[in-house]
Ligand binder design. Structure first.
Ligand code: ADP
Ligand code: XUL
Length: 543
């Protein structure tokens, strides 16, 4: 029997999933989440983010993430329902792009941790920057411009690193830190991604990163899987010495350190290099070929898929990351995901049941009501000045607003992912909101694809456990194919399938054009879409 532990430090919570894999059976032994806001109220986060007077700034506390890891490892040991010494390997994932800044005392402190005392008490002094910028930060526009200029333009940055320069990406964030706090930058010995920081805590050393998460930094040469000197030079001085190394995604970083084995009774199990939540989700939803795509409805909404060859988005809003399989993955990220849905829910005094009922009682395509739900600055398309925009919307109907936000989110995902070049017949849905079947029906109808819902909603965390399994089997010379790794947990047999209503195809195809026109108008790039909307209404009168 082998038990594999996966951890996921997301925007709002830390989760753990332990799976048991034998030749005959596969099952989940333990699943748990701790929400940061309620589990660690002393840090004062809201939805996992520290309050900031500047709407463009978003940061969180690396010490809180460490404390959460300590508490979760204790829960796995005491409530897992298995002997912690039976855990065969551990891997993890984390929200992407966020960075953690450590001073020179970090390594000696980690090496000397006392298993009798809580982790957070011992490591409070290892940071050269108390707060970590996270993916919701959009305060680095000038740094993005400077990096883009230095590297020869947007296309050049995209081709080299897999993405044009984005505000939330780690490189622009590092440049801002160097520009605004040069002394603290000088005191920084190591800059980690959140994933490599947490893996470093598990091995009490300096964990490397891997191409999946490293490609979210605007610093790695994506084709070569190594830091790109030109990108490092364009970002901050002496950066190479401050970054972790990049290794293959199945690399074992080291054994679980004495702090964890003595404190909680784990064996010194191999710790596999951690990745980002999106690459981890890719295998967590069972995507090991190009035929299916995935949509994650979490704090951010993301649409992603596996890519065998390397191609970038000509429009510049998409990303190419490394995949845990060693291939590439395409990804489109939307910032106004779950928190925007919650805004609409709360504005009309609904709970999630009421939200679902609104979707059931409103007609598909909503009589042409279009909302652009940019409550916060948006990533896709880039919107710096927040504010939801409405076209043809009755102002007071909660039900119409509910359908409008879901349809708009789905149409935006379908349109902005067209560069990926595949029109998947199956979309696997994951993330907190994928528990809502009515939302998934709209997803199926707008994309005209069958939507699969898997039994475990937290695919990033499951993906981490599956990566631990894959790496352990490689390590012990019993290699296992990715198809075999995901079977039983995220394969077709496990899915609840939601079919699209094919009669809605012309209606949504035409509405997507109206949505595009509204988006262009709202961005100042196109004329008033009133006439387009009226024409749509004539073509598809209310039934
Ligand atoms: P993350 O991993 O980014 O922290 P999750 O994937 O755990 O986030 O998703 C959390 C979100 O799921 C919550 O913010 C909430 O809005 C959403 N959610 C939970 N249940 C439902 C539901 N029944 N319908 C719609 N959304 C839901
Ligand atoms: C992806 C992105 C988010 C974060 C948080 O580029 O910014 O999906 O990984 O989940």
């Amino acid at each position: 029997m082998a038990i594999y532990l996966g951890l996921d430090s997301s925007t709002q919570s830390l989760s753990a999933i332990a799976i048991e894999v034998t030749d005959a059976s596969r099952r989940v032994r333990f699943e748990r989440s701790i929400a940061f806001d309620t589990g660690f109220p002393d840090y004062g986060t809201r939805h996992g983010v520290l309050p900031s007077p500047d709407p463009l700034v978003a940061a969180s506390s690396p010490l809180m993430w460490a404390e959460a890891l300590d508490r979760m490892m204790g829960l796995v040991a005491t409530e897992g329902g298995f002997d912690p010494a039976d855990v065969s390997a551990i891997a993890g994932s984390a929200q992407q792009h966020g960075s953690v800044y450590l001073n020179a005392s970090a390594l000696p402190t980690l090496v000397a941790l006392d298993p009798a005392r809580p982790l957070a008490h011992q490591i409070a002094g290892i940071f050269s920057r108390r707060e970590s910028p996270i993916w919701m930060d959009s305060s680095t526009a000038s740094q993005c411009q400077a990096i883009t200029r230095a590297l020869g333009g947007e296309e050049a940055v995209g081709t080299l690193t897999g993405s044009r320069a984005f505000e939330r990406f780690t490189g622009p964030q590092i440049r801002k830190f160097f520009e605004t706090a040069p002394d603290a930058y000088a005191r920084t010995a190591r800059i980690h991604l959140i994933s490599s920081f947490l893996a470093s805590l598990l091995v009490c050393g300096e964990a490397p990163t891997e191409p999946g998460d490293a490609s979210g930094m605007n610093l790695m040469d994506l084709a070569r899987h190594r830091w790109a000197d030109a990108a490092l030079d364009a970002t901050a001085p002496d950066l190479a010495a401050r970054l972790p190394s990049v290794v293959e995604p199945w690399t074992v970083v080291g054994p679980l350190a004495r702090y964890w084995t003595e404190r909680y009774g784990f064996a010194p199990a191999p710790v596999v290099v951690w990745s980002g939540d999106n690459p981890s989700s890719l295998v967590g939803v069972g995507i090991v070929d190009e035929e299916r795509a995935a949509i994650s409805l979490g704090t951010s909404d993301t649409r992603f898929g596996l890519m065998r060859g390397y191609r970038t988005d000509p429009a510049g809003t998409g990303h190419v990351f490394g995949a845990p399989t060693g291939d590439y993955m395409s990804l489109q990220c939307f910032r106004n995901g779950s928190l925007a849905r919650e805004r609409v829910r709360d504005r009309f005094g609904l709970d999630w049941r009421g939200f679902s009922r609104a979707l059931e009682t409103t007609p598909p395509a909503n009589g042409g009501a279009i909302m652009l739900p940019w409550f916060e600055p948006e990533i896709t398309p880039p919107v710096a000045v927040p504010g939801a925009r409405h076209y043809g919307m009755p102002p007071d109907s909660g039900a119409v607003h509910v359908r409008a936000i879901i349809e708009a989110q789905m149409m935006a995902m379908a349109r902005h992912a067209s560069w990926m070049g595949t029109r998947p017949r199956v979309i696997v849905a994951t993330g907190g909101a994928s528990g809502n079947r009515e939302i998934l029906q709209v997803m199926a109808d707008v994309h005209q694809a069958e939507v699969w819902r898997l039994p475990l909603g937290n695919s990033a965390c499951l993906g981490a456990a599956l990566r631990a399994c894959h790496a352990d089997r490689r390590r012990t010379r019993r290699p296992i194919s990715w198809t075999e790794v995901v079977a039983g947990f995220a394969g077709a047999e496990a899915a609840d399938r939601i079919r699209p209503r094919s009669d809605l195809e012309p209606r949504y195809r035409a509405l997507a054009d109206v949505h595009e026109a509204c988006e262009a108008h709202a961005l100042g790039l196109g004329p008033d879409p009133g006439e387009r909307l009226a024409a749509w209404r004539r073509a598809f009168p209310a039934e």
